[in-house]
Design a protein around this ligand. Structure first.
Ligand code: PMP
Length: 355
């Protein structure tokens, strides 16, 4: 076939399941009905398989969203540089999209992060600057360093995942409508945890609009996060206390991505780590799903919501990523012991802690 033929002519007859490159493979993830938990609750518990995105997490959508937005607004031109402060999935998503689109990718991250994540980012062509892990208020915080680095560089953007609403917009335009379509418009409630708030607010806004306000949206919050008390106390941020084994979630402020949507939530669920780790092992045992801890926390919240709302309902949530990025912790006996979580795992599931 002639090389002069355009992509349209060359791909004639291809189906919509055939996509163009890495970026084309982002989104359109399956909605997975969790059979055992659906039977147990008498509800449909359905979960968006975001671990199937090509970069391995829900954050591929946000990474593409912020880059596309900057391109559209003329802030990022060919050969430009994308800078972000991130400890994980957003950086990995950005590094992939930058390779696919020919941008330089620079990542600032706290120096407490695992070597695996630094190695992966570098293998994806990103420049990584591990910096001392200091509080947000300190000008040396990794986010501020990313902002300052981009400010001094021509044709460079700081993607600012927490406050750049192109993040939530990506979920409003893709993940939310996909869930609506995959349930035939039959979704009584949606719940998930937040880091930037993009997933919760973007999907929440889309589902609320499509259902004429009928779909309930609930926040799922880990220990150490300040949002659960904010939502349940009607708008007061508590003091930060405690921490969680879940990575990538929990928040101490109302980001732009969460914004005023926080006032449209039906409520919040506080999910302790012992429930999340037990669910993580249970989902592996009963469904064969190998998931990160935020996914397990989301499923605990979906089950609690099913119990609150009663049988016959459809409750949707998010499976954010797989366990591969965390397995040296989540499946290690020594780590579970150090976190005092051994007792949370039922006897018949302990066999999965093989490390
Ligand atoms: N789970 C994991 C594993 C994540 O990395 C993130 C993003 N930090 C989230 C959940 C939360 O997503 P969002 O930033 O859209 O609130």
């Amino acid at each position: 076939m002639s090389a002069a033929l355009g992509a349209k002519a060359l791909t004639r007859g291809f189906t919509s399941r055939t996509v163009d490159g890495f970026v084309g493979a982002i989104g359109n993830t399956p909605l997975i009905r969790l059979k055992k938990l659906s039977e147990k609750t008498g509800c449909n518990i359905v979960a968006k398989g975001e671990f199937q995105n090509p970069g391995g997490s829900v954050k591929d959508r946000a990474a593409l969203g912020v880059i596309r937005d900057a391109e559209k607004r003329g802030l990022l031109k060919p050969g430009g540089t994308v800078v972000e402060g991130t400890a994980g999935n957003t950086g990995i998503g950005l590094a992939h999209v930058c390779r696919a689109r020919g941008y330089r990718c620079v990542i600032f991250m706290p120096n407490t992060q695992s070597q695996e994540k630094i190695d992966l980012l570098r293998m994806l062509g990103a420049e990584v600057y591990p910096v001392p892990a200091v509080a947000y208020e300190n000008p040396k915080n990794y986010n501020h360093q990313a902002r300052d680095f981009a400010a001094d560089l021509p044709n460079a953007i700081w993607t600012d995942q927490f406050d750049n609403t192109a993040n939530a917009e990506a979920h409003y335009l893709t993940t939310g409508p996909e869930i609506w379509e995959q349930t035939g418009g039959n979704v009584d409630a949606f719940t998930c945890a937040t880091g930037t708030g993009g997933t919760l607010a973007g999907i929440g806004r889309a589902l609320k609009e499509k259902s004429d306000g009928k779909t309930q949206i609930w926040l799922a919050d880990p220990p150490g996060s300040m949002l659960y008390s904010y939502v349940s106390s009607g708008g007061k941020l508590s003091e930060r206390s405690g921490g969680s084994i879940t990575e990538g979630i929990g928040q101490g402020r109302i980001t732009n991505n969460l914004g005023t949507f926080v006032n449209e939530l039906s409520g919040a669920l506080h999910i302790p780590d012992n429930k999340s780790i037990a669910m993580l092992y249970d989902l592996l045992d009963t469904e064969g799903l190998y998931l990160g801890a935020s996914s397990a926390l989301n499923v605990v919240a979906a089950v609690e919501l099913a119990q609150k709302l009663g049988p016959g309902k459809t409750i949707a949530t998010i499976l954010c990523d797989g366990a591969y990025r965390y397995q040296s912790r989540l499946f290690s006996k020594a780590w579970l012991k150090a976190k005092e979580l051994e007792a949370a795992i039922p006897e018949h599931l302990k066999k999965y802690a093989v490390l």
